[in-house]
Design a protein around this ligand. Sequence first.
Ligand code: FES
Ligand code: FE2
Length: 375
Amino acid sequence: MATTKEYDLGEFTFPRGWFMVADSATVTREPRSIHFFGQDLALYRGESGRAVLLDAYCPHMRTNIACETTSFTALDGRVEGDCIRCPYHGWRFGPDGKCNEIPYSTQPIPRAAKLRAWPVAEALGAVFAWHDAEGGEPEWEAPTLPEWDEAGWVRWVYDDLGTLNTHPQEIVDNIVDCSHLGPLHGQKPILFFENEFRGHLAIQRQGGSHRTLIGPGGKYPLLVTDTTYHGPGILVAKLTGMQDAIMFIAHTPTDDGVVHVWHAALVKAPSGAAQPTEQDVAAARAYQAAMLTAFSQDFGIWGNKKPCLHGMYVSGDGPFQKERQWYRQFYNPRVDREKYVKPVEGIHRVVDIPGAPECRPGETLGQAAARVNGG
Ligand code: FES
Ligand SMILES: [Fe+2]
């Protein structure tokens, strides 16, 4: 494990962006004490249904407002409306973090009696929080997917993979790591592979065979993936060519050099029915499990490797230096963002892969790949 400083990423220990902090199903009126970005936080669902995320320690005498379960405040239910009451002396805080009642005091509520309230968004069955060392408003929207609400798709149930003692830099490196696809995931041949960096997005487009997901088969059916990092911690991959599916991976720093990881897959019902059948759900769960097997191969590497502070990159490796430069925008003041992004913006194709197709005029990479693959 190495720290942000050792990777020389920038001024801030934790990156700016939207991050998953909980599976929505686990957020209830019973507050949860969670730990991200080196801080203890309190997460609960108000009576209106809204998810609220506050700093955990009460300004009165520093009690963790989400812990303790035997106080009468806790037993009676400490969430009132969208507010939460501290179990020690009963100060009540609104979803904006401001104390709005001190039940025993007649003096005006001190202005400093407040907790930091985090910008929160709820989508895709998850609660996302905006982390920003500068305390600014969100720069972009938390990710959503039209397929989440479309008929004929089986919604995911999250795989909560717990924490991994790996700096997020090592995980984000994966978006450009063309040369691990064969040896680690059995993805051979790779027919095309390119990256694009645009603002807060890092994109990978590639296609080829994949032993874990589509089996050894004699013909090498094609798996095409279109993968995007929406900011530093949320990855969405659209898979076509075999079974239409969308893979989701979120990694959120808990401490410097440690991340919490979730994995999921939205799968198009194989039956084609608007209302997925039981068999569709079973097939979707099986496909998510197969994807998790592929992702576990990366986990097996990350969990045992030394930090890669300076790689010995060779031709045929993906554009790691460009990706690391793109990633630095999130660790530095937002006014300097262009400084990191501009020089690497655009499409970077990893060309010298044996079998990579040349596009004919007007042909997309996917079409060229299908042609070379005999499709
Ligand atoms: S410590 Fe929270 S009300 Fe006293
Ligand atoms: Fe991988």
